[in-house]
Write a protein that binds this ligand. Structure first.
Ligand code: ASP
Ligand code: MG
Length: 415
């Protein structure tokens, strides 16, 4: 049994969905297909939630826009009214929800509305596959993927989910299931979501709980590349990666895999394949249990919108454990992610994700204890398997603020 995951880009139009069907036809194995919301529907739904929550006038219009986009795809797929019972029911439910009043809990309301992106997209994909002769069962994953109540960032309850998922996806009534990524539900049947871009994670959870042979993520790239082609002209596809290497890359900011995807797979040694949906006969990249140290080309990862803050105690004392714990307490409180730390006797430098708001007040707070220097609009560049040539290329034409190296990884803060 295999898990295939198709993201928003692979179901963003009628022709894209036809391509999904051709990929499924190529592989006769028993499968669970995990699908995301179509195109940028989740972004649209986020706008819808904000408007609904603030009782904005434009709510109906945003709803209509989302509905029209899906209607265009449905027409392109030549689906008949009789195929669309579920899709229509979901749109009616969404509309009904919008006609009610929101509670005071934004994150809760978010989950109750944003889930429709995945519910509707899977209903359309499932109907189309059936029409094309690929008999499948649509599954509402909320019946079996149990989470806690942390809305928008729910934590999966593996124990509960294991039993429920194995009961629902039992392959007795079907060889092919179509279900949603990104969403789940609490024990009291309230919908939750797993965090943006969470569908890869869902595919990995299902892989783990159903003991899949492999999990394949079909994407619009040839596989995992050694750099983002948006930033670098010459990229190389990596044939294989170890789980550890994949975690390092995802953590440093490589967007191709969601960082949470690896752990559930690595725990059961299930291979993860990243393959191009435009060239389904190409092998892509395999992430698996590699016994030896891989000899890889330099891998470049850029994290943008970084701020570098350098602190030194105003009284010229050394930086000790007390100051460190105070500083990190402050960052934790403000939920600011620290990506790199460098310390000397009297300086502490921290590279952080630049907060959208609140940097000024953070600096004011820090200035109570420290002399503070800071720069914004920086890039944190990570180079795995760096060499002199790679470092030179990265630094060329840029201003270097900080450099940190271990045996395999170099990290540079640049402007
Ligand atoms: N549709 C969700 C999002 O765009 C989940 C996903 O695509 O992985 O964040
Ligand atoms: Mg998406």
């Amino acid at each position: 049994m295999k898990i295939f995951k198709f993201g928003g880009a692979s179901v963003s139009s009628a022709s894209a969905i036809q391509n999904v069907a051709s990929i499924i036809e190529l592989f006769p194995d028993k499968k669970v297909i995990v699908v995301s919301a179509m195109g940028s529907t989740t972004n649209e739904l986020e706008t819808l939630v904000k408007s609904y929550f603030n009782r904005g006038k434009g709510t109906g219009e945003i709803f209509q826009r989302i509905k029209d986009y899906h209607a265009g795809i449905i027409t392109g797929l030549n689906l008949e009214d009789s195929d669309l019972e579920l899709v229509n029911r979901l749109f009616s439910k969404l509309k009904k929800r919008l006609s009610g009043s929101p509670s005071l809990n934004f994150d809760y309301e978010y989950d109750q509305l944003v889930c429709y992106g995945e519910l509707i997209s899977t209903a359309i994909v499932s109907a189309f596959l059936n029409q094309r002769g690929l008999k499948n069962r649509w599954m509402d994953i909320r019946q079996s993927l149990r989470t806690d109540e942390t809305h928008r960032e729910a934590i999966v309850d593996y124990k509960w989910s294991e039993m429920l998922i194995n009961n629902s996806f039992n392959f007795q009534d079907a060889d092919l299931y179509v279900t949603q990524g990104f969403i789940g539900s609490t024990t009291t049947n309230q919908t939750t979501t797993l965090g943006r871009e969470g569908s890869d994670f869902t595919a990995a959870i299902l892989g783990n709980l159903l003991n899949a042979e492999s999990v394949t993520i079909w994407k619009n790239v040839p596989g995992v590349l050694n750099a983002d082609p948006v930033d670098f002209p010459d990229t190389v596809k990596l044939e294989e990666l170890s789980y550890k290497e994949a975690i390092e890359l995802a953590y440093s900011g490589a967007k191709v895999i969601h960082p949470k995807t690896i752990k559930p797979l690595r725990n059961k040694r299930i291979p993860l394949l990243v393959r191009p949906f435009d060239f389904p006969d190409q092998a892509g990249t395999m992430i698996h249990d590699v016994g030896h140290q891989l000899d890889l080309v330099p891998v470049y990862i850029l994290k943008k919108n970084q701020a570098l803050i350098t602190l030194s105690p105003s009284d010229f004392s050394f930086i000790g454990i007390d100051q460190l714990s105070e500083v990190f307490g402050l960052f934790k409180q403000r939920r600011i992610k620290v990506n790199l730390i460098q310390q000397s006797a009297i300086d502490l430098s921290l590279c952080i994700d630049e907060p959208e708001v609140g940097l000024e007040s953070l600096i004011v707070e820090l200035r109570k204890e420290f002399d503070v220097l800071y720069n914004t609009g920086l890039i944190l560049a990570t180079i795995r398997f760096y060499n002199d040539d790679a470092l030179g290329k990265m630094k060329a034409g840029r201003q270097l603020f900080l450099e940190q190296k271990s045996r395999r990884t170099a990290r540079l803060v640049l402007k």
